[in-house]
Design a protein around this ligand. Structure first.
Ligand SMILES: [Zn+2]
Ligand SMILES: [Zn+2]
Length: 384
């Protein structure tokens, strides 16, 4: 990860932290406050609430935080060693409760720190596939569930759950996969307004076939690449059914599995799917306003030319004609370098010295301002 990304990340976190603190100062019984009160102090852009999907960089593992208004949920919880990182990340956002935690399947890189998450936060429902595993990591999760007086909600395809104004439908697992834990992965389609996200853990080819056969609407703007971008998942048929504009790959730097696989990256490029990678870009945040999705960073510049690719002819053309709905901030690198000014609660970004900045004035890059959903001020004509 380079310095600029680190800096952006910390600025964004500071902003998020500020919003959370401003909000939690009002009350620590947030769930009882009316929506209008919550939205006034909460929305990143100062307007009504957004849906945020945080693909937290936990190395060769998965951990996705989803939140909107005062609601939040976690899909997978990294490896055992990631507990403090995940707890700190949620703490920094002022999150005290998770409406749902989903452990997609009992592999350590998905449920590793689920026990610590359950121990630490107020938990609504724990959703797991109906597959028992004998590992110590899995037993730790069961112990935490029991100690908290919770019970397991089995993942049943067709069940729909509400998360504030968002909702998610469970579409997998669809069969008894015996000891193939990956294929037991819980799959969800998360929708918010007209935007949607699909994620299905480490489900492999045969599970993807069963998902397609089950006939659910899988269409989504953003797809969390299955199994860290492995070639044992992410079939063409599955991708075509989802038809995403963007894919996020959660994997570790130089991981020993060779994830993501070069053939998967080539397929994403062929299908015109922008790629975001936690190994190259760190934590990636997608923000939906209900009709558009903005990413905290531009798509991975290397695209299909990334390290594992052996095809010398792969081109960068997919980056140039960016017509995807998930627009990101892919207007070259300039937006990274241009500094604009924002306020704590305003919906606009400004040029230096704008009269709107009299009460608060924070420097961010144009890219960051766009990622926060801000639009240019009409008075000071900042760079666009
Ligand atoms: Zn797995
Ligand atoms: Zn995995």
């Amino acid at each position: 990860m380079n310095q600029r990304r680190l800096r952006f990340h910390s600025i964004l976190l500071s902003l998020l932290l500020f919003c959370s603190l401003a909000f939690s100062a009002c009350s620590d019984t947030s769930a009882e406050l009316p929506d209008q009160v919550l939205q006034a102090g909460f929305g990143l852009s100062g307007e009504s609430s957004n849906l945020e999907v945080h693909f937290i960089d936990v190395g060769q593992a998965d951990c996705v935080l989803i939140r909107t208004d005062e609601h939040a949920m976690l899909v997978d919880a990294g490896n055992n060693a990631d507990a403090q990182l995940i707890i700190d990340y949620l703490d920094d956002l002022g999150i005290e409760a998770l409406d749902y935690v989903i452990g997609t399947h009992p592999h350590e890189d998905h449920i590793g720190s689920l026990d610590s998450v359950i121990d630490t936060f107020e938990i609504g429902e724990v959703i797991l596939p109906e597959k028992i595993h004998t590992s110590a990591t899995f037993e730790d999760v069961l112990d935490s569930i029991e100690a908290k007086g919770l019970s397991i909600t089995p993942a049943v395809p067709g069940e729909e759950y509400e998360l504030g104004e968002a909702s998610f439908l469970i579409f997998a697992p669809n069969a008894d996969y015996g000891d193939n834990l990956n294929n037991w992965s819980v799959g969800i389609r998360l929708t918010y307004g007209s935007t949607s996200f699909v994620m299905s853990g480490d489900a492999e080819t045969s599970a993807e076939e069963d998902i397609l056969e089950a006939g659910y609407d899988l269409s989504a703007d953003v797809f969390k690449a299955s199994h860290h971008g492995s070639e044992t998942s992410n079939t063409r048929e599955y991708l075509e059914a989802i038809n995403p504009s963007a894919a996020v790959i959660s994997c570790g730097v130089d991981n020993s599995y060779g994830h993501p696989d070069a053939s998967v990256l080539e397929l994403f490029e062929e299908l015109g799917i922008d790629v975001y990678r936690t190994d190259e870009q760190g934590t990636i945040i997608a923000i939906s306003d209900g009709s558009n999705i903005t990413f905290s960073t531009a798509p991975d510049a290397e695209g299909a030319n990334a390290s594992n690719n052996t095809d010398a002819n792969a081109s960068d053309n997919a980056e140039a004609d960016d017509s995807s709905e998930a627009t990101g901030t892919a207007n070259g690198d300039s937006a990274d370098d241009i500094i604009v000014h924002i306020t704590q609660t305003g919906e606009r970004y400004h040029a230096a010295g704008c009269s709107s900045l009299s009460d608060s004035d924070t420097e961010v890059t144009l890219e960051e301002a766009r990622a926060l959903g801000l639009t240019p001020c009409g008075r000071c004509n900042p760079p666009e």
